[in-house]
Design a protein around this ligand. Sequence first.
Ligand SMILES: *Cc1c(COP(=O)(O)O)cnc(C)c1O
Length: 228
Amino acid sequence: MSIDFAARLQAVLARIHDAERRFQRPVNSVRLLAASKTHPADAIAALAAAGQHCFGENYLQEALDKMAELQTLDVEWHFIGPIQANKTRGIAEHFAWAHSVDRLKTAERLSAQRPEGLPPLNVCLEVNIDQEPSKHGFDESEVAAVARTVAALPRLRLRGLMAIPAPASDFDRQCQPFARLRELHDRLNAEGLALDTLSIGMSDDLEAAIAEGATLVRIGTALFGPRA
Ligand SMILES: *Cc1c(COP(=O)(O)O)cnc(C)c1O
């Protein structure tokens, strides 16, 4: 049986718009990023045909293969996976955004490697908002200093913060880390940065993320079904 991607997309957009209304967010203030890792180029093409514009990939080689297959599609590619040092050039050359910058060195490499013919690479700093030792991301305490440095890099445009909190099933617990990230975001703006992006919320917690100020939700399973 083939998946009805148009219906899946409409259902996710309806969840986003319901949450915007319910939590007094402006209409269309939350962008949908389709997290397409492990899903084939056909599925991306079907969602794009249904109107989806932004796609997020986690693995560079997989992403480059799909981009090659989908060259004629007008879509925007976002990198959302862990960024190893040997992947920065490919990301700088092929993506519009990188959400998962978690080291200053990575930001410096992305800036140095961003081709002159492209607009600056949009980046978010990933924050380890739960302070889990095993996790990627800057500590909250170091984000302000890093953000000032990254904002000054010539070939990057610092857009905001990203986090992947530990899964929680009840709404109030889902909200807590998102609220902390939003406070951090607001504090950075009060200190003079011009951030406009909070990249938070996945299939199971997008309502909580929108309640706490998400401007972009990264949705995989609810659009594509389970990953193999
Ligand atoms: C896979 C992934 C998502 C989407 O997760 P779902 O729970 O399938 O919606 C979002 N963000 C990142 C960074 C991911 O790797």
